[in-house]
Design a protein around this ligand. Sequence first.
Ligand code: MG
Length: 263
Amino acid sequence: MKRHSLLTLGLLCASAAAVAQGVGYTDTPQIRGQKWKVHDKDRPNPPTVKPAATFSHGAPAPADATVLFDGSDFSKWERDGGGAPKWKIEHGYMEVVGKSGGIHTKDQWGDAQLHIEFATPTKPEGESQGRGNSGVFFHGQFEIQVLDSHNNKTYADGQAGALYGQWPPLANAIKGPGEWNSYDLVFEAPRFDAEGKLTKPAYATVILNGVVLHNRKELNGPTNHRSSDPYKAYSGKGGISLQDHGNPTRFRNIWIRPLGEYN
Ligand code: MG
């Protein structure tokens, strides 16, 4: 998980620059396979879609799911860098304690379905990437962005629900500060051959509050800030990580189930 700790640190450091420069960049490299630059200032933002009030709120876990957080304890989690998480638990949710470090699951999965609910801070503070920023990472490498992008200008590929730095969401379906949102996510892990060559990229399906933001969208590599990086071979298994980006974002009702194989 060292890799993820470094990545998190990089994103933390980079956020200040993003705010200082406004709502995007002009000096970043082109995203591989796309006409846009990473965090392109000129990339159009998605349309806003007002979501349903409580879509999949409190969704109970299916029988084959692992409950990662039921509101009571961090037994399934550890802090990036080791040890128990230093985040708060109260009223059935966990809350990021800024600068205490991100957290990740002790267990690992390959292809998986994840349900997770989150709320951005009730008092909106900061702007662009500095407001209600966190993130859900698969395998410590692939971020589904968590951000208060409600009335908050930021670059398109950094919106809530973005495959950060690669694909903006198809819609901005985030709720207001302090309101609960639900993510229903499907992640297909990348595959590599014995020589470490990529044989199948990762794909992500993202539903935010009942609105499809990505439909099995191909990721072109691991998440990074201001760069577009190629895949690096790994086992195709990994944990779920939640990002400490310095904002008191909340999470509740988290469960995961592995995807089976077609016969
Ligand atoms: Mg983030």
